[in-house]
Design a protein. Structure first.
Length: 94
């Protein structure tokens, strides 16, 4: 699913003649999303198009990076995201 979305996103950027993009996501999945997109942008398909990616977390009033473990749903969201981050390294392609 993610690969298909990345290909569609890349095609959309290149069709519009764009050379760079800012990827914005919620703060708790930001690190994993950054890794996934960086891997994709480092691939030959993205490098050949000369596309540049910048990553920026969105503001989220319900998630505090200094206190996420003190309340739900921030605690669960973050712990699930940590598990997904670990899995993205274990099952990384390439």
């Amino acid at each position: 699913m993610a690969d298909r979305c990345l290909r569609r996103w890349r095609r959309s950027l290149t069709e519009r003649g764009l050379r760079s993009a800012i990827f914005v996501t919620s703060p708790y999945p930001q690190r994993r999303a950054s890794i996934v997109f960086s891997r994709a942008f480092a691939s030959r398909a993205f490098a050949a198009n000369g596309l540049e990616l910048r990553n920026h977390p969105a503001s989220d009033p319900d998630w505090d990076p200094d206190r996420w473990w003190t309340r739900e749903p921030a605690r669960t969201l973050t712990l699930v995201e940590i598990a997904k981050l670990g899995a993205s390294f274990v099952f990384a392609k390439g």
